[in-house]
Design a binder for this molecule. Structure first.
Ligand code: AHN
Ligand code: ZN
Length: 317
């Protein structure tokens, strides 16, 4: 019995060498906070273009980022939906260490779709959606990242620049395929006119539908074509810290027209972390339906993505 404590002094691997457990330098991502930020966005009502709920939620998002110590830039711009409707867009960019030359960007859209045109019930096809997952989840995760960037102890402060970009007008595109340029209007604008002259980043990670049930992330095709090293980096980070169940290496992912395409075309390698349904590998079952609401937000999914993002940020040199 007296020798028992010795068993805990060290761990020997198969070949007799010391095995040390991986200790991440990243802080702990709080999924309860992220969830609250998703709920807060949904409480404004659907964030559809040109609506009061949209504008109030934009104020909420910008003020939250400011309260977490970010330098916040606004990009206001006029655009038009595919049917010709004029819209007022606002991209919101929250920057940490704005002077740092090495930067990474994490992004997601904050608007929600004005038509539940994938709803099983046809009479909902012109009803706006809450976009809890489609829009809200990305911003919820980004707000919690911002809170952790501020909260980090003096000795664990991130030294690289981090930009959290909230795209507007991503989700007013024409469904059915074929009209690719009708989507992602906010990021299209930003790809041409940056929030800071000459802005660039080492790479980008776009988040889309990162808070649903039965969610898995596959290596999206366009990301693999433009930024395979970034895909490798993010999937390796997730798998290293125990989220391999969410970040799958299976060869399932198709290509998706999303905001990362614009960032890539703007010259910054960028991937899309976009949720797929574990059942059929397609878009989540709530996608563009009335069920995309706070009741169908899953904290475990928010945690897997949020903790992976902190891991990537805190291990970037
Ligand atoms: C298309 O349907 C062409 N793109 C989907 C991008 C998207 C919409 N992500 C969320 N909502
Ligand atoms: Zn959508």
């Amino acid at each position: 019995m007296a020798f028992l404590p010795l068993l805990f002094l060290g761990c020997k691997g198969e070949k007799g060498g010391e095995v040390t457990e991986y200790v991440s330098p990243a802080p702990v991502f709080c999924e309860d906070s992220a969830y609250q930020y998703v709920a807060a966005q949904c409480a404004f009502g659907p964030r559809v273009m040109n609506s009061a709920a949209h504008d109030s939620c934009g104020e909420y998002i910008a003020s939250k980022f400011k309260s977490f110590g970010a330098v916040v830039y606004d990009q206001y711009a006029d655009s038009k939906l595919y049917d010709g409707t004029p819209i007022k867009m606002r991209n919101i960019i929250a920057s940490y260490n704005p002077e740092a030359p090495v930067r990474i960007l994490i992004a997601g859209h904050w608007d929600s779709r004005q038509w539940a045109d994938n709803d099983p019930d046809e009479k909902n096809h012109n009803t706006p959606i809450d976009g809890a997952n489609d829009g809200g989840s990305s911003i919820g995760v980004m707000l919690e990242i911002a809170r952790q960037l501020q909260l980090a102890s003096d000795s664990n402060q991130v030294k690289i620049g981090v930009d959290l970009i909230c795209w507007d007008a991503e989700d007013s595109g024409e469904s059915g395929g074929g009209n690719e340029s009708s989507w992602c209007l906010g990021s299209q604008y930003w790809a041409g006119v940056r929030h800071v002259d000459g802005y660039t980043a080492r790479y980008g990670i776009n988040l889309d539908m990162v808070g649903g049930n039965n969610t898995v992330f596959y290596r999206e095709r366009i990301s693999m074509a433009y930024a395979p090293m970034v895909v490798d980096k993010v999937w390796a980070a997730a798998n290293r810290i125990g989220y391999g169940k969410f970040f799958s290496y299976a060869d399932e992912g198709g290509g998706v027209t999303d905001d990362h395409v614009q960032v890539n075309q703007g010259g910054i390698p960028c991937i899309d972390v976009i949720g797929s349904d574990t059942e059929n590998g397609g878009f989540p079952s709530t996608w563009h339906t009335m069920n995309d609401n706070i009741k169908n937000i899953n904290k475990e999914t928010l945690k897997a993505v949020g903790q992976t993002m902190l891991e990537v940020i805190w291990t970037e040199k």
